[in-house]
Ligand binder design. Sequence first.
Ligand code: SF4
Length: 245
Amino acid sequence: MKTNIEAGLRKLQERVASCRRCPRLIRHISTVARLKTRSYRDWEYWGRPLPSFGDPCAQLLIIGLAPAAHGGNRTGRMFTGDASGDWLIRALHETGFANQPQSISLNDGLRLRSAYITAIVRCAPPKNKPTRQEISNCSEYLAEELRLLKDVRVVLTLGRIAFDNYLRPAKIERNHRPTFKHGAIHRLAQDAPLLATSYHPSRQNTQTGRLKWNMWLKVFENIRKELQSLGGPRVDRSERGQADS
Ligand code: SF4
């Protein structure tokens, strides 16, 4: 089963890496990769759409907005090499979902345990703002991940745009739709994963104090408790440091 999921995800990731559906975004990520920024002028930027990554048997699926121009678009992995990634991976490590607290480069040894990271769009957009059409173009890939990742019990959306776009295809009647709130966990339907919601750990949120570390960590602690109550999880703080994916 795990091998089938891995094979399906690998095929999907190859399709993503060669996708050219959004000309504006492809132009942008190529330009950023060529011009670079002073601190990373010696890097060979990834400069292509970013595949998702993590444990194929994940019980927790994390959905971000989009790669960062000089983070994932540089390093080739989501939430890697930028401030949002620092917050996300440290929290995942502190709650047993990652084997190390840093996410620096593709070869840094990071392994996720029962967690998988994806995004609403997979190319860094100018000013972090994808258009509706670009989000729609990329939605097929998220739908396929949701179909392939059969063990997912909790979906965590980071920020309002991820929340709205995860709910859109779920066709939930308007008066039954949850409203966006940091730190909430919703049951959408009996057989659907729980939906956990959080502010995005962007610099804008963390530096202004809108998102504080204790609020952020609590999101993952609560998810861990939910997974435990659901009969899981393969998440154990004492096992930190082991690599399994
Ligand atoms: S954002 Fe998604 S759909 Fe658009 S080019 Fe990148 S990978 Fe393709």
